[in-house]
Design a binder for this molecule. Sequence first.
Ligand SMILES: Nc1nc2c(ncn2[C@@H]2O[C@@H]3COP(=O)(O)O[C@H]4[C@@H](O)[C@H](n5cnc6c(=O)[nH]c(N)nc65)O[C@@H]4COP(=O)(O)O[C@H]3[C@H]2O)c(=O)[nH]1
Length: 593
Amino acid sequence: MRRHLLAGRKHQPHELDVVGLQECAAFRGLHVQRGEIHDLTGCGVDECHAGQYGKAGRRCPEARSGRYSRVSHKAQSMPHQARKRTQVIVVAVALAVGAVAVPVAAMFYLAWARAVRDEQEQLAEVAGRVMLRTRRTMDETAQALWALEPLRTAPCSPEHIAQMQAATLNTISVQEMGFFEDDLLKCTSWGITTQTVHQGPIDAITKDGVKLSRDVLSVVRESRPLLAMRYGNHNVLIDPARLVDVVIDPAMQLAVATHAGALLATRNAPDPAQVRHLVGHPGKDLDDSHVMVSTEDGDVVAVVLGPRSRIADDLARQQRVLLPIGVAMGGFMAAGVVWLSRRRLSLSGELAIAIRNREFCVHYQPLIELRTGRCVGAEALVRWQLADGSYVKPDLFIPVAEETGQIVQITEQVIAAVGRDLGAALAADRTLHVAINLSARDLEGERLLGLLDDLTRRGIEPRQVWLEVTERGFVDDGAPRAWLDKARAAGYVVAIDDFGTGYSSLSYLQKLPIDALKIDKSFVDTVGLETVTACVAPHIIELAKELRFMIVAEGVETQAQADYLLAHGVHYAQGWLYAKAMPVEEFLVFANT
Ligand SMILES: Nc1nc2c(ncn2[C@@H]2O[C@@H]3COP(=O)(O)O[C@H]4[C@@H](O)[C@H](n5cnc6c(=O)[nH]c(N)nc65)O[C@@H]4COP(=O)(O)O[C@H]3[C@H]2O)c(=O)[nH]1
């Protein structure tokens, strides 16, 4: 913004103010200190302000204050803008860092979550196989038991023992079968029992009514602790290792437990406490050392634990796939942030915000009838007011707004402001008019004409509204011309602005649909000078008179220029000789003075 404010300025009125005011003060023996004039002689401050910039009795309101407030004002806008820029840059950097960090962190997390999920899925598949194995073992064992109940032979008769032997041999999981009477083992599949053996405590009862007892030892042969399944008077002994006899990674740990948490079978020595925890909370889990999964059916719970280190390999694989995606997303988002912040920092971005926040107001530069010296109207000049109260001059942002098309919204705000500001004054005094600047891009569609009609609904007559269009607005013979014809037909006055600075030749002038011509300041400046272009102003004036246009001279700064223009038949003048653009309240005072 700073660059914009400093570069490409057409006029530098405030700097002229300072120099001029200082010179004037010195001439009159006044003392200038910190932007204020102190009257050491007791007179002359007002004269100095008025004499240098306004004609007698009509002091330029900007000079009247005795301060160079607008000069310092403008200077103050720099730190404000710089602060704003810094804020935007800081926010943009923070967002850009976030834009990269968030997707990369998200991908780290996703890779971790997917690695854990994959591992748990593998464990769940093993748990499913363990459960299937357990179910089959228990089911076939139960079948063998049910086949002997009720007993159809004499208990422990050779036939009965043969039946038990056959069941033992035919059922792979069964190691031994026994027959109990009055809680005592009477015989087994291997013959009559001579020892006193009681039925052990029951750990669980299946939904089929089979009772389960752990850690039972065979009385017939030496064995490790077995799992007893009992139904009626018979029981079978099975090796619990069968329940967990599935192909697994050696690092995995397995367990089959009852719903009460009693371990029926384990493999690779899982921690009983961990197993019991999973029995109580079936599903998937993860702790500092293990990934865990459990699955259940009505009778038992199968638990599988894998070391957490198993995740690492899969994690590295997932990261190889996902991290580049995260980095790409981060880069994309960071680029978006950079693009947005650049846009925000760009003038058009600032303009968009200013339009949304309605930061524009209008100042009015009086238009003087040369013959009478009377104020007969004003040119509405848009001002972009910054948060610190300073203004951005239109030369700085109008070209950008025209380029981007934002000018249409600005013009809409200007027309609305003119209605609010001058509606009553124009309705009360039909000799006053207001000139509104339009850009070529404004001359399309019906919307703006509708807004102008809103002005007339405030009691303003169309002839009191001058539409100032630069030569560019007339270059195109198509839509803009038709638009201007419509506006003229509705009674609005069309003026060609900055005449002579563009493409139009003098002969072209007679073909234009205009009522008034504004002579550009650059030609007014040549009045009375011995320059090559000094002859242009009289030519323009003569032709405009021939074509019966109203003639306005812009940028009149000296009385000599005003005298010359009056002598040559120019009707109106506008310039710092009379007044600069000013807020509406000051203009209304000026117009009535
Ligand atoms: N050095 C000097 N300058 C004088 C003197 N008298 C007037 N000026 C300045 O000359 C410009 C006259 O307006 P313009 O030729 O229409 O030139 C305008 C106009 O082309 C454009 N502009 C201003 N307001 C609007 C608007 O509402 N819409 C559009 N489309 N353009 C606007 O911005 C231009 C610059 O406007 P401003 O900065 O307000 O500058 C104004 C005014 O302050 C003088 O005696 N000496």
